[in-house]
Design a protein. Structure first.
Length: 628
């Protein structure tokens, strides 16, 4: 995996930015610690930081040129079918100097133009410059596993893997208040927007083409989504096809010239990946983390069951609250855009410990979004179906507000979930999706900000999120919306940033586009019903996985923030990040609302206050580092 950056100069002033590229590439060095290089001519400057995974020789270093010198590529990602593509290109007369997939991508583009993207199996973000036609081509993979941001200016068009590199290249840093408003609601900023005005994230399945200083974004892939016209397939046959697709996807992702392992949480998703990978790798290295101080969040015994069954070389990292505290500043310092999914801390620690043993790790990311694995998916299903049980939940809703709500214990978390469910039952499908996708409602987010948010722009962005959710009561609409929102802007951003901070490449077999296409061709009742989630995935591997995995609650990769914020980190919150005087001087947030949040955090019913506090802390750290 690598980091890329580039400047397309429209004016001489834009070309003056080329001098900033060395610093920008240096900031991407954790993404690519093995080699950093820069290429430039009068129009273009491209930088690359390389993490060597396939073809470790210097011949695979980038920026890379074709044999004629006309085309230049900077590339981040892996195309897993590159060997097959390479053979076909050789038969057409192309000659290769390396055995890397980057060179295959370059020549495939030369041969096919933008249609080359249809042939790639993998994940990527890359840019190719054609110096004869003066065309810059920038592309991102179908699911958005690899990041790509860009800025369209009067003097230049700038792109990079990370925001810190864009800032180093001199882009304007003007806070986008609509993005900040969304951040308070979601705890992340939904793509394609960013924390800065005029900086966009290239949409998954899109490419950007620049001609004569004019940029155009074009879609080349979308999930084949049509739940109103599905071909009914025998359930047992569908399970068999699913197993074949997963095994193929895992096998494809085992190609590597460096040590490879797999994350193993003890959940169904990562266990399926380990089950398939262990067929092809003896003594597969597997890695999991647990919480020594928080038994409620610890799931390592389930991971050990899977490791024992498949005879993996298993590594367990038991974290204390002090470990989390010590990793806090590493995470905050690497984040270059506000992002408050607290599980990023755990992912970072897991990545750091895993990197001591391997350079590449397989993960189970994406299965929840693709197959319907979240609690909210089952809640949506129940809400859509209606019935007497829903009526009882609504009737009891006044009671929930009188009881303690928290994520920290089983009972208080169930009360919190019932309260959210009851509120969602009275909403339309689109309103309910937004309510359950967010942690803070619109009214509270408005009150939290001193500055006004442009209502029209906010409504436009919200419509883009929920426009796929229709009124015909299809759970498939919810899954499709999550693929566009939660997967891209939360899950994939988190895993990419936190693994790249430790120079670890993470591969997600469940996000192979062939597998995703198949999942979205299945009837919804193969995925979710009122009693079960990820039905077909669970059933397809029921005979292979330990039975205990099927009789356990789903926690997710949560971090136990509450005790931490009431203990070791309390003084930092009160005296630094959310200091009353600083909040007033900063004049972004409503001081009274911040005070209320801090009071709720210390109460018997903290609800989601720790998540809101964490969002403010992350923003404040970012603000002090990049905006003061």
């Amino acid at each position: 995996m690598c980091g890329i950056a580039g400047i397309y100069a429209i004016t001489p002033e834009g070309a003056n930015q080329f001098r900033l590229m060395e610093n920008a590439v240096g900031l991407l060095s954790k993404r690519g610690p093995n080699c950093q290089q820069i290429f430039s001519n009068k129009r273009i400057c491209m930088g690359h930081a390389r993490l060597s995974v396939i073809d470790l020789s210097e011949n695979a270093n980038q920026p890379m040129h074709d044999a004629t010198g006309r085309y230049t590529i900077v590339y981040n990602g892996e195309v897993f079918n590159f060997k097959q593509l390479r053979e076909k290109l050789i038969n057409k007369g192309y000659k290769f100097k390396s055995s890397s997939d980057a060179e295959v991508v370059l020549y495939q583009y030369i041969n096919d133009g933008p249609k080359c993207l249809d042939k790639f199996v993998g994940f990527f973000a890359f840019a190719i410059y054609d110096k004869i036609d003066d065309v810059l081509f920038v592309a991102r993979d179908r699911m958005g596993q690899k990041p790509l941001l860009y800025y369209l200016g009067h003097d230049s068009i700038v792109f990079a893997s990370e925001m810190k590199a864009l800032m180093a290249l001199g882009i304007p840093r003007k806070l986008d208040m609509t993005s900040l408003f969304a951040y308070l609601q979601f705890n992340y900023i939904p793509s394609p927007n960013s924390i800065f005005e005029n900086v966009s994230k290239l949409n998954p399945g899109h490419y950007l083409i620049v001609r004569n200083g004019q940029a155009k974004e074009v879609r080349y892939y979308s999930i084949p989504y049509n739940y109103s016209n599905l071909e009914v397939m025998d359930y047992n046959h569908a399970q068999q096809l699913l197993r074949e697709l997963i095994e193929q996807s895992v096998t494809d992702r085992l190609v590597s010239d460096v040590p490879l392992g797999a994350f193993l949480s003890g959940g169904i998703d990562s266990s399926v990946i380990v089950a398939e990978a262990s067929k092809h790798v003896d003594n597969l290295n597997t890695f999991s983390i647990g919480y020594a101080d928080e038994p409620f969040f610890d799931e390592t015994r389930y991971a050990q069951l899977v490791a024992d069954k498949f005879r993996t070389n298993h590594h367990v990292f038991k974290l204390t609250n002090n470990d989390l505290y010590e990793s806090l500043h590493n995470v905050l310092d690497y984040l270059d855009e506000p992002f408050a999914d607290s599980s990023a801390i755990a992912v970072n620690i897991l990545s750091r410990e895993t990197r001591k043993h391997v350079t590449v790790a397989l993960s189970g990311d994406g299965a929840d979004e693709v197959f319907g694995g979240y609690n909210k998916h089952q809640a949506h299903y129940r809400a859509l179906k209606g019935g007497f049980a829903n009526a009882l939940v609504r009737m009891a809703s006044p009671l929930y507000g009188m009881l303690p709500q928290s994520r920290n214990t089983k009972i208080s978390n169930k009360i919190r979930q019932l309260s959210r469910f009851a509120k969602g039952l009275s909403l339309t499908e689109q309103e309910r999706y937004m309510a359950w996708a967010t942690l803070m409602d619109e009214d509270s987010a408005y009150k939290m900000l001193n500055s006004k948010v442009l209502t029209q722009e906010n409504n436009r962005r919200k419509f883009n999120i929920i426009s796929c959710i229709r009124d015909d009561k299809q759970i498939g609409d919810i899954l499709y919306a999550d693929m566009q929102l939660v997967l891209v802007s939360d899950m994939l951003f988190k895993v990419d940033m936190m693994s790249m901070a430790e120079s670890l490449e993470v591969r997600s077999p469940f996000l192979d586009h062939r597998l995703v296409n198949f999942a979205f061709s299945l009837p919804c009742n193969y995925l979710v019903n009122s009693r079960r989630r990820k039905m077909i995935l669970q059933d397809a591997y029921r005979e292979q996985l330990p039975l205990e995995l099927y009789n356990r609650p789903k926690h997710g990769f949560e971090v136990p923030l509450l005790n931490w914020f009431r203990g070791e980190f309390k003084s930092a919150i009160e005296n630094d990040y959310l200091n009353d005087d600083f909040i007033r001087e900063q004049n972004i947030f409503n001081p009274e609302m911040v005070k209320q949040l801090k009071m709720q955090l210390q109460s018997k019913s903290p609800g989601d206050s720790q998540a809101h506090i964490w969002a403010l802390v992350v923003f404040q750290h970012w603000w002090k580092k990049y905006m003061l």
